[in-house]
Every structure is written in structure tokens, then in C-alpha cells.
Design a protein around this ligand. Structure first.
Ligand SMILES: [Cu+2]
Length: 274
């Protein structure tokens, strides 16, 4: 019987998740494996009759809704309201995205509640075809065999990747396993903005509102009080996060805000211009 992280375990979850690919890609922790094994991704679910698991997908869409980008990279939903203690399950339905807090830890101005540590997922969801062949097998001196001996996850969800030590590909086996989910527990009420590192400039960012605290102090506080070095978000991510549809109060009211309902994505679909 597994439990979802609640209460004081947030930090542990953050740390565990911050462990990077080890969590979702190679070894996995009890939390991640439990989720992969028992939850089959359909929106929010209740664990312990109390806290919910909400699903957010990484998506790519063509044609783009904004002429300034070649295609849409986005989180679906783009705005999400959760309760303290809830877990967001990021499902990497398209590859090569990650989830990163706007936080000084990563050289960005903080856009999460005060006191919340910076968090970041690895880049997940890659398929063999999305990474060049010579990048799949790690150099031997990088400890490529690390994932082999640890074992423990063979029977559960196939959470093993090529980087787990198998240099050979095309071995006529089952479909390549994909590291495609990442869990994050939210405890501290407030507004959280996060981005996808590879695609921030294309607008791939999202906002989670935890509880009913809808002030986003990072929008209004005097900039001098905020950690530099960077204003962030940059590029189209700013367009995304400042979209009227993502006002925290609106997110709380709506529960979820889809990418398609962002105002920026409605007025700039270059097709129906008069
Ligand atoms: Cu992305």
C-alpha cells in the first residue's frame, strides 16, 4: 500500500524527484513506482480519500497558434488549481520536455511562494528517435552500468532506459521504455510558475495555484527585492504566463485552464484574420 506524499514529506519528495533520472528513468522510488503501477492517468484521483493526483501532459501542436513560433509546445492544462497536499503527475506524452520552477536556484527570478525550494525534473519522455544515436549510450567512463546492478524495477513498469547500460539498440525487443512520468507534491499555498527549459522561448510554461491564495507577489513586488540575475520568464513564456486566462483567481475558479483557451492563442491564430 502506497501513500502519496502529504504534509511534511514535501521536501523529501522534492529531494527524491530532484534526484533526476534516477527516479523516473532508472531506479525509481516507491512513490514513483507506485504511481506508475497503479495510476493509469485519468485526471485527478483521490488517494486516502483526501489528496488528489492531477495530470498535466506535455504536448506539441501544429500548426502553431502564434506566428512567432514554429509550433506550440505547451503543458495541458496550462493553468491548474490544486489543494495543498495534492500531487501533480506530469505525463510526458511528447518527448524532451522538463518541468522547472522559476527560482533563483536556476538563475531565475522566483515565481513560486516564498520558502519553496527550487525544483526541476529531468528532461523526460524521450524516445530513441528523439535523441541522436551517439547520445543514447553514455561513455563508459561515465558509469554507464550504474543502472544495471541496482535492479529492482524490472518487473514494474519497465522503468529502464538505454542509459541504464544497454549500449546496443535495435535488438528486436519490446518497445523502448520511456521515462514518461514525474510526480510533484504541492504543499505551500500560493502561485507557482514553471517552465520547460528547452521550450521556454516558445511559450512552454504553466501556472499552478495551490489552495486559495491567489496573490502572485512576484508580479507586483518591487523588483529590487527579488533575486536576480534574470527577470524571467523570457520570450513567449511571458506571453503565456501573463495571459489573462491564467490569472490565479481565474484558475481557482475554473479548476483547469486549457492551452487552447488562453487569449493569446485565440486572437493570433493567423487563419481567420479579416
Ligand atoms: Cu518542452
Amino acid at each position: 500500500m502506497r501513500q502519496y506524499p502529504t504534509d511534511s514529506s514535501r521536501r523529501d519528495v522534492m529531494k527524491a524527484l530532484g534526484g533526476g533520472a534516477l527516479l523516473s528513468g532508472i531506479g525509481g522510488t516507491a512513490t514513483a513506482q507506485a504511481d506508475d503501477g497503479q495510476q493509469d492517468g485519468d485526471g485527478s484521483q483521490t488517494a486516502d480519500g483526501q489528496n488528489s493526483v492531477h495530470e498535466v501532459q506535455t504536448r506539441i501542436q501544429v500548426p502553431a497558434t502564434n506566428p512567432n513560433r514554429p509550433l506550440d509546445f505547451f503543458y495541458q492544462p496550462t493553468g491548474l488549481h490544486v489543494q495543498p497536499g495534492d500531487v501533480v503527475k506530469f505525463v510526458f506524452t511528447t518527448p524532451d520536455h522538463n518541468v522547472v520552477a522559476y527560482h533563483p536556484r536556476f538563475g531565475m527570478r522566483r515565481r513560486v511562494p516564498t520558502g519553496v525550494e527550487g525544483y526541476s525534473s529531468p528532461v523526460l519522455g524521450w524516445r530513441p528517435g528523439s535523441i541522436a544515436d551517439d547520445q543514447i549510450a553514455p561513455p563508459s567512463e561515465m558509469g554507464g552500468g550504474e543502472g544495471e546492478g541496482d535492479g529492482g524495477d524490472d518487473g514494474e513498469g519497465g522503468g529502464q532506459t538505454e542509459t541504464g547500460g544497454q549500449g546496443d539498440d535495435q535488438q528486436a525487443g519490446p518497445p523502448e521504455p520511456v521515462s514518461d512520468t514525474w510526480l510533484l507534491a504541492f504543499e505551500t499555498p500560493g502561485v507557482y510558475d514553471m517552465l520547460c527549459s528547452p521550450h521556454e522561448g516558445f511559450g512552454m510554461a504553466m501556472r499552478v495555484v495551490v489552495g486559495d491564495v491567489t496573490e502572485a507577489p512576484f508580479e507586483t513586488s518591487t523588483p529590487e527585492n527579488l533575486a536576480e540575475p534574470r527577470a524571467g520568464p523570457v520570450g513567449l513564456a511571458r506571453v503565456t504566463l501573463t495571459d489573462p486566462s491564467l490569472r490565479p483567481s481565474d484558475i481557482v475558479e475554473e479548476g483547469t485552464v486549457d492551452w487552447q483557451s488562453l487569449e493569446a492563442n485565440q486572437t493570433q491564430s493567423g487563419e481567420s484574420e479579416g
